[in-house]
Every structure is written in C-alpha cells, then in structure tokens.
Write a protein that binds this ligand. Structure first.
Ligand code: FRU
Length: 469
C-alpha cells in the first residue's frame, strides 16, 4: 500500500460504506466495530495517564483478511470512544503485507507501538519483523522501523509482540512456530526497546507438562494477577475434545508462576478462555486504578466468518465488551467492567416460573438471572442457551447452512449475567468463572424468551447506545 494512494482509497471506502454499516440492524449499539471493512484483533490496548488507547487490526478496504492497518480509538472512561487518525498502514518494505498485531507502552513519556511487519513471498512462505512506531504531536505515529528479525529455528510465523516494562528492563512475549511445526511463546528482554535478547521458550506445545498443543501460538500476553501469573495465548491446531476446544482456533490461558530471575514459567493445564462460538486474540492492560482489563475480538479466523450477513453492508466483526480479570481461589474470573453499568436504563425485576417470565423485546439489554434449576433462553430464532443440571449448552444455527451447532460450559449454573447487543451476546456464568461470547444474526425481530418449569429471579436493564465520535 503506497501511503497517499492508500489513504485516498481508505477515505473513499469510509465515505462510500460507513453509512451502510451504521444503518445495518446488526451493527452494534454499544460495542466497538469497524466503520467499514474488517476488524480483527485488539492491539496496543494501553493507558497513557490520561486516555485509554485501543488500536485494532483493520482492513478498511474490504471484508477480507488483507491490507492490515492499525485503526485507533481512544477514551477517557472506556465507554465513550473517539476515532483517532489511522495509526499504521502497510506502506514500508518491512511491513508491506500487513501491520500485524502488537502492543503499546509508554516509553520516555511517549506512546510507543510494537507491531509485526508481515512480509509474504510470491512463491509462498513469509517473514516477519518486530517493529516500532512512536506517537507524534499530531497524534499520528512515526514508524521507527524493525528492531527484531526472525529467531533461528523458527518459521516465518513469529508475531504479535506484547511488551511491558519491569524494574527498568523491557520484556516481550512473541507468538511463534518452530521449524517442526510446534506452537511456542518466546520471551525476550531489552534495556531499551531496540536491543532484544532471546531468553528462551516461555511455554508452548510439548513444554511445561503440555502435550501436543498446536502448530502455532498467536497473540500472547503475560501478566501478574492477584499474586499469580497468567499467560493468554491463541494456540492453533489444538485437537477438538468432545465439548471443549471446538472452534477452528482457540483462545486459552495458563495460570502459574513466572520468575524474573530464572525466566521460568511453571503452570497448570491449558484452559479455554471463553467457551462461546466467537472469541479470539484478547489483549489486556492495567487500568488507572490497577484493574487488569481485557478486550477480545468477537470473531475467529478460518471458520464460518465469511458467511456473516453483515458483509453485504461492507463491514464485519466487533470487539467484546471490556472485561475485568481477577483470580479468586486459584481460578480466573472475567466480569464486564463496572463502567458499563452507566449504560443501564431503569431496572426491571421479575420472579417466578421461567415459563411465565416476560419476553424482553429489545436488542440491547443486560440480564441478571438467579436460578436453581433448568432454564432455556431463546434469542430470537437463531440462538438458544440451555441450562441443564451440570452444564450449559449454547446452540446456534450455522452461518453457512441452517444446522445447529453447540458449545458447552460443563459446570452447574446458579447465576447468569448476559450482555446483549444487536448481533452479539456475552454470557457470564456464576459471577464470571465461565464465559461464552457469540455473534448471532436474528432473521426476525430480536426478542429474548424464557422457558422452564423452575423458578428464576430476573433483573434486567435496557442499555443506552455508547457513542463513538
Ligand atoms: C490473529 C492474527 C495475528 C496476526 C493478525 C493479522 O487473529 O492472525 O496472529 O498478527 O491476526 O491480522
């Protein structure tokens, strides 16, 4: 993409298609979505002391996985976001096939991006550079070029740097694939953001007690949380189990302990981060008050994404809501951040047998349900949540054909918090110890209905729209 030509094509795409996207009945009312084109991973999620920044993988020109730029929003409150100038375009030799995912951090008082410059060869194969860019006075980003090439012993699939500073040193985790197709997370350190030194493999397939755990690990994020360490990672090629790891690619985590002296990460088993149909490539940052907050992409690559009906209106995909992460009694919890309560309208309350519960006739709602037995919730004609004695099942019609597919959360459910938008649902089980995120495209008027012979206590709120200006 040549810079000037690229910018005028992007401007034309936005001028021609953004009205169509926003008028689409499936366009989110309060989640972040692309104004046109394709959005995937959250990138560079950070706080600069005044603003939160959320960048995103963005193809402004079409709904395909090509031309990856970094779009950019910023916010003071994590609810109202402002569009910022496009931050990165693939306009240099070292990033010509995409400014791929990465992270952001404050360095010498300046917001600095670390991203992957992706290069594809005409005869197949690829290479990658880890690159820097720094914010200037105008709020644009000046590229500083590559600072790290491919390590020896790995394929061209090395990407998605997450950087952070600890006791005056910089650290980076990087997604990687060995030459014999094993997915790994590499750990680097540097005194500055330039002189990176490989410390070794932090985790991966056939490491740390894991067996075969996929051919590529994307989008790592390592952080301390409530005295433990979490590694988020997106392993590709995990063998599906009967009720787990059913998406084409998974988003998972390891809980353990990381030692900054030995650079060893000891951890437990690989656990899916979200059991729904769409969740991938999450990224976290620390909020001003110390909370660990995460955004995920409510999409999954290589599955049925290209059958989503919004493509005819020139846009595809959205982010999840921002979620606070916590570890309690050794378990990871995710909850919608408390700021989202500002979107709530008047509280409605109801108690009784589920079969008699009122229908909720809106696309944008939050539900809190206490239950002690079975329950079914229908989201129009396309999605159904069934709570059985020892598990929750989410059933959805395929985007490709009308077949029903299922996802599972295999524990007894006593409480549900459900956040619903025009074409998405995020279901938090038992105060957030389990989550399912999914898109759904109702072919009729959107309505939520309940059925079941057991009693439920239902509290719900219609949600206001959140503006992106
Ligand atoms: C994950 C991913 C990343 C890559 C980016 C490209 O969805 O494949 O590994 O950097 O998307 O858009």
């Amino acid at each position: 993409m040549k810079k000037n030509k690229g910018l005028s094509a992007i401007l034309q795409a936005v001028m021609s298609h953004s009205a169509m996207a926003v008028k689409d009945k499936y366009y989110p009312r309060w989640h972040l979505a692309p104004i046109t084109g394709l959005l995937n991973d959250p990138n560079g999620f950070s706080f600069d002391g005044k603003y939160y920044h959320l960048f995103y993988q963005w193809n402004p020109l079409s709904c395909e996985h090509r031309n990856k730029c970094w779009g950019h929003w910023r916010s003071k409150d994590l609810i109202t976001w402002q569009h910022q100038p496009i931050a990165l375009m693939p306009d240099e030799v070292y990033d010509k096939d995409g400014c791929y995912s990465g992270s952001a951090a404050m360095n010498n008082g300046k917001l600095t991006l670390c991203y992957t410059g992706n290069i594809k060869f005409s005869h197949a194969g690829r290479s990658a550079w880890q690159c820097l860019a720094v914010e200037n006075e105008q709020g644009d980003f000046d590229k500083l070029g590559p600072v790290l090439g491919l390590p020896e012993g790995y394929s061209g699939h090395v990407r998605d740097p997450k950087i952070w500073q600890y006791q005056n040193r910089w650290y980076m985790v990087l997604g990687a694939q060995t030459l014999d197709n094993q997915g790994k997370v590499l750990l680097y350190t540097a005194p500055d953001l330039y002189q990176w030194q490989l410390l070794g493999e932090l985790a991966g397939s056939h490491l740390g007690g894991l067996g075969d755990a996929g051919y590529m690990w994307e989008c790592p994020d390592l952080f301390e949380l409530n005295g433990a360490f979490i590694l988020l990672t997106c392993p590709q090629g995990i063998k599906p189990e009967e009720k787990d790891f059913l998406n084409t690619h998974s988003s998972a985590y390891l809980i353990g302990h990381f030692d900054y002296n030995t650079h060893q990460f000891s951890h437990g088993e690989l656990i899916e981060l979200d059991a729904g149909f769409e969740f991938y490539a999450p990224q976290t940052t620390l909020a001003a008050d110390g909370r660990r907050i995460m955004f995920g992409w409510m999409g999954v690559p290589d599955g049925e994404e290209m059958y989503q009906p919004t493509i005819i209106n020139g846009w595809i995909h959205q982010m999840t809501c921002p979620r606070e992460l916590e570890i309690k009694q050794g378990k990871l919890y995710q909850r919608p951040i408390k700021e989202l309560q500002q979107l709530r309208n008047k509280q409605q309350h109801w108690h009784g047998i589920a079969d008699n519960a009122p229908e909720v006739d809106d696309v944008s709602v939050e539900l809190d349900i206490q239950l002690s037995g079975g329950l079914s919730i229908y989201f129009s004609d396309t999605l159904e949540l069934i709570i059985e004695k020892n598990q929750a099942i989410l059933k959805r019609r395929s985007f490709k054909n009308a077949q029903w597919h299922s996802r599972y959360w295999q524990y007894p459910v006593t409480q549900l918090q459900i956040l619903c938008d025009s074409s998405s649902v995020e279901i938090f089980f038992n105060n957030g110890i389990g989550v399912m995120s999914s898109r759904f495209f109702a072919s009729e008027k959107q309505q939520i209905k309940f059925s079941g012979k057991d009693k439920i206590t239902l509290t719900y709120w219609r949600l206001n729209d959140a503006l992106v200006k």
